[in-house]
Write a protein that binds this ligand. Structure first.
Ligand code: XMP
Length: 430
């Protein structure tokens, strides 16, 4: 089933994604395309029901006045223009454009059907994946993050045992994280899962490396190497599954979008691994990816987990990584997550974690002087991770977390709370 489509043409608006999400929220599928799309490209979509011209002030893109190709008007689709004055860009999205006017356009003028929902989406994608993959095999790097987990669940539904998942444990995962990937995907969803415990290899490579950028580079390149070694052991793989999502595409795809952050999924894979990509989530926003995961039967914790950097706890064990400090980060992180969940803060706070610096301070335990590490707790709220404010965590919750960390985590005698917003601090420490 092809779902009805409302096309948003980007004429320099900063609100394209807001509008696309708003249309999807009333049950109609919407995509954003550049202002200079051709009539043929539009017609090739087959299911276009209407077009919205979405302009910023004076319809400027990169300093140039733009318009759509005149031939688009001759296609006969209903077309409206929304040109937001820049001063209104901060307006909450329920107010722009007027919800009733939008519904009237979508349902009355365009006669679109409200048939955009996760059930239909999954059904469509399963059919498309089967058509693309045939009887060939698909390889997927399954990190356990939201996107790769949802892709895995989708591919299992579509092609079952033709999917080979590789989970690389780089030794920098949170407590029980790799175990839970194996439990959910191998034991419950019966995926063909290769589990690679590369902890020793990663920790060896990272020994005595204290520069944050170098640490990140080593973790990234070592990950690709391990994955590549596993891929080479396998026969007859033609496809590579990727957790690309819609923001990854529109951030580089439309004419006005600024490059925010380079996204590397399994990017950087060597060219001689000639895979075709399977990217079943590439039309979804993050919250839709989560809804898709729930619909596919993944556990709530896996689908609603907070963001976790690719280099894992490696960037939270500051300076040169040692086993004892890595353990302190892992154990304190587990305590923090447990206590935040008990206090209901896990649903309210965007990201929260612990960090262990590479210096010690003096303290007292059992009437004797100790010289041990400290744990820093950080809890932030943000919309897009570009700026962030700190969460004013209830004092009693902080006290409880502190008590537990001091009692349960070895080699730690001090707990601090990070009060710094972003900027000038970043969210992570390295
Ligand atoms: P910063 O520290 O730059 O972090 O303020 C912004 C957000 O990005 C996450 N982060 C990463 N995510 N790979 C990722 O997928 C990475 O290498 C990475 N580094 C930071 C960070 O946790 C925060 O949510």
């Amino acid at each position: 089933m092809k779902q009805d489509l409302i096309v948003i043409l980007d004429l320099g608006s900063a609100q394209n994604t807001v509008l696309a999400r708003q249309i999807r929220s009333i049950g109609v599928y919407s995509e954003i395309h550049p202002h200079d799309i051709t009539a043929k490209e539009l017609k090739d979509f087959e299911n276009v029901k209407g077009i919205i011209l979405n302009g910023g002030e004076n319809r400027m893109v990169n300093g140039q006045a733009v318009n759509i190709r005149p031939e688009i008007y001759e296609l006969g689709y209903p077309i409206i223009s929304i040109d937001y004055p820049q001063s209104k860009c901060e307006t909450k999205f329920e107010q722009i454009p007027d919800q009733e006017a939008l519904k009237k356009f979508v349902f009355e003028e365009c006669q679109a059907q409200a048939n955009w929902n996760m059930k239909n989406f999954i059904e469509d994608q399963v059919a498309l994946i089967r058509q693309q993959v045939g009887d060939k095999k698909v390889l997927l790097a399954l990190s356990g993050g939201v996107d790769s987990s949802v892709v895995a669940a989708m591919l299992i539904k579509a092609v079952g045992q033709q999917l080979v998942c590789v989970h690389v444990n780089h030794g920098l995962m949170r407590k029980n994280e790799s175990e839970s990937v194996v439990k959910v995907f191998r034991d419950e969803l019966h995926a063909n899962l290769i589990y690679v415990d590369a902890s020793e290899r990663f920790l060896g490579k990272l020994e005595n490396i204290s520069d944050p950028e170098q640490k990140r580079k080593i973790i990234g390149s070592e990950f690709i190497r391990v994955f590549e070694e596993e891929a080479k052991k396998l026969e007859g793989i033609d496809f590579l599954g990727q957790g690309t999502i819609y923001p990854d595409i529109i951030e580089s795809g439309t004419k006005t979008a600024k490059m925010v952050k380079s996204h590397h999924n399994v990017g950087g894979l060597p060219e001689d691994l000639k895979f075709q990509l399977v990217e079943p989530l590439k039309q979804l926003f993050k919250d839709e990816v989560r809804a898709c995961g729930v619909e596919l039967g993944l556990p709530h914790d896996m689908v609603y987990r907070q963001p976790f950097p690719g280099p894992g706890l490696g960037v939270r064990c500051l300076g040169a990584i040692t086993r004892e400090r890595l353990e302190a980060v892992r154990e304190s992180d587990a305590i923090l997550r447990e206590e935040f969940a008990k206090a209901g803060l896990d649903k309210k706070v965007w990201q929260y974690f612990t960090v262990v610096p590479d210096f010690k301070s003096v303290g007292m335990k059992n009437n004797a002087r100790v010289f041990e590490y400290m744990v820093i707790v950080r809890a932030i709220n943000t919309i897009d991770a570009m700026t962030a404010s700190i969460e004013k965590v209830d004092w009693d919750v902080l006290e409880k977390i502190t008590k537990r960390i001091l009692a349960e985590v070895e080699n730690v005698n001090r707990v601090c709370y990070d009060m710094s917003p972003k900027p000038p601090a970043t969210i992570e420490f390295e």
